[in-house]
Ligand binder design. Structure first.
Ligand SMILES: N[C@@H](CCC(=O)N[C@@H](CS)C(=O)NCC(=O)O)C(=O)O
Length: 218
């Protein structure tokens, strides 16, 4: 069988989350870079594959899927159903799902509301209400981590990969996690994740672009 094709932009948070999933499952993958800064997602060729024209998208021998949480769950369930990254036990899985939803519904959304208007040139400041929402999300993560080593329990799960792709980005952009001791020490622990360096490379490139437009603390 041909390797899974992964349409990816290293700067995108959900795309880096899926990259971390590939690396932590040690799956063969063929990466096709879609440069969002050159609107490569809007080519006829890519729109035929994904009419919503977003990365991450995968093509698993003709099975096309997008949405980072759906891709992550599909990869584990199809290729590594016993992996602790997405536990079988229903309660343990429910907590992972809850935190994946936190990544998608809270973390990613607040990061987008901070970052997108700056990239679009619509704003050159970050409002207090956005800051408050961001640091509230940090506080929730810190609370998740108070009694457990990882975001959804005692071992690495998909929730860590999703949250790490997000938090590593916004901290590199200038957010300060120092007041959140459990979150800060979890970030250090994440250095053991497979694909950590690739994630860091994407974060550095993305930060360079962001800090050309906004170089203050967040
Ligand atoms: N909820 C989606 C978000 C995907 C998304 O918004 N991707 C952005 C990059 S972060 C994108 O490809 N934007 C290009 C476009 O909308 O044309 C996921 O988790 O995969």
């Amino acid at each position: 069988m041909a390797p899974i094709i992964f349409y990816h932009d290293i700067r995108s948070i959900p795309s880096r989350f899926v990259l971390l999933v590939f690396r932590n499952l040690d799956l063969k993958v063929e990466i096709i870079n879609i440069d969002l800064w050159k609107d490569e997602q809007l080519t006829q060729e890519f729109i035929k594959i994904n009419p919503e024209h977003v990365v991450p998208t995968i093509d698993d021998n003709g099975f096309i899927l997008w949405e980072s949480n759906a891709i992550a769950q599909y990869l584990v369930e199809t290729y590594a159903p016993k992996s602790p990254l997405y536990p079988k036990d229903t309660k343990a899985r429910a907590i992972v799902n809850q935190r994946l939803q936190f990544y998608m519904g809270t973390l990613l959304q607040i990061i987008k509301t901070i970052v997108v208007p700056i990239f679009k040139g619509e704003e050159d400041y970050i409002s207090d209400s956005k800051r408050t929402r961001l640091y509230e999300a940090f506080r929730h993560l810190d609370r998740f981590l108070r009694n457990s080593d990882w975001i959804a329990g005692s071992h690495v799960t998909l929730a860590d990969l999703a949250c790490y792709a997000s938090i590593s980005t916004i901290v590199s952009f200038g957010a300060d996690a120092k007041e959140y001791p459990f979150l800060s020490s979890w970030m250090e622990k994440c250095e053991v994740l497979q694909g950590f360096k690739e994630n860091s490379k994407g974060v550095t490139i993305f930060t360079g672009l962001f800090q050309k437009l906004y170089s203050n603390n967040i």
